[in-house]
Write a protein that binds this ligand. Structure first.
Ligand SMILES: [Zn+2]
Ligand SMILES: [Zn+2]
Length: 249
């Protein structure tokens, strides 16, 4: 190695190589520990107060429910989300779910963990919103499960990803109207039965406070349907955290 080579390897130790940002894919010197450059981090639409005290949607004023929550009697206790669901975040979620960019779960889990640290929720199990097995096979993975796994790792709270299941392969919610969404999900979820015998009601969640995990929250219909099933199985309370939530402004 000549002198120049020695000098270059010395520089590599002192100034580590630029790291490619997971969001914009550019090589940046200021990439943060969760793999996102400062510019991306600062430009992403993080939810900021005031927000709806029930579902977490960004609002114009404090202490009032958003129009969705004012109408709906949600079965979940409270919801939180990291981002507003705009073009940028939509694209990020699309890359994560359909383009095989599963590594995007790393920054997503980081942001969701930070979001959980900012609130005073107490929960004792983490449950991902399940996909129907056929859909999961097509996609290759359950996007909510991967996020829930990371949250369980970061918080030390156990994951329960086998008990709540999806028994109907329903059309995608995004393509349906509000009324159709509600009908679409009726009876879509249930608790996996363990043990046999008549009258044996599965009480897998007896006395548990559950943190439900999903990628996107729109009207809260999925969260409600899952919550009803969990409450029916004995859960005391259900919280929901998602990466992105629709806007109400
Ligand atoms: Zn970037
Ligand atoms: Zn709300």
């Amino acid at each position: 190695m000549d002198l120049w080579g020695i000098w270059e390897s010395f520089l590599d130790i002192v100034y580590p190589m630029d790291v490619r940002c997971l969001v914009c894919k550019e090589k940046r010197q200021d990439t943060l520990s969760h793999g996102v450059c400062r510019m991306c981090e600062e430009s992403l639409p993080f939810i900021e107060p005031p927000s709806c005290p029930k579902c977490g949607k960004m609002m114009l004023a404090d202490d009032t429910l958003c129009s969705d929550c004012a109408r709906a009697d949600h079965a979940f206790h409270k919801g939180l989300s990291v981002f507003e669901y705009g073009t940028e975040v939509k694209d990020l979620i699309y890359r994560y779910k359909y383009r095989g960019e599963k590594y995007l779960s790393n920054p997503m889990i980081h942001w969701m963990t930070r979001c959980l640290e900012s609130c005073d929720w107490d929960f004792d199990v983490i449950v991902p919103v399940p996909l129907h097995p056929i859909r999961e096979r097509q996609r290759g993975f359950n996007q909510a499960d991967l996020l829930a796994r990371g949250l369980s790792r970061n918080t030390g709270i156990p994951l329960m990803d086998k008990s709540l299941i999806r028994i109907r392969n329903t059309p995608q919610q995004a393509r349906l109207s509000g009324h159709e969404r509600r009908r679409n999900l009726m009876g879509a979820f249930r608790i996996r039965e363990s043990g046999k015998g008549p009258g044996k009601r599965p009480r897998a969640f007896e006395g548990r406070t559950v943190l439900l995990v999903d990628d996107v929250y729109t009207t809260g219909n999925t969260a409600d349907q899952c919550s009803r099933v969990l409450l029916g199985a004995g859960a005391g309370r259900v919280y929901i955290i998602t990466l992105a939530i629709g806007s109400s402004l």
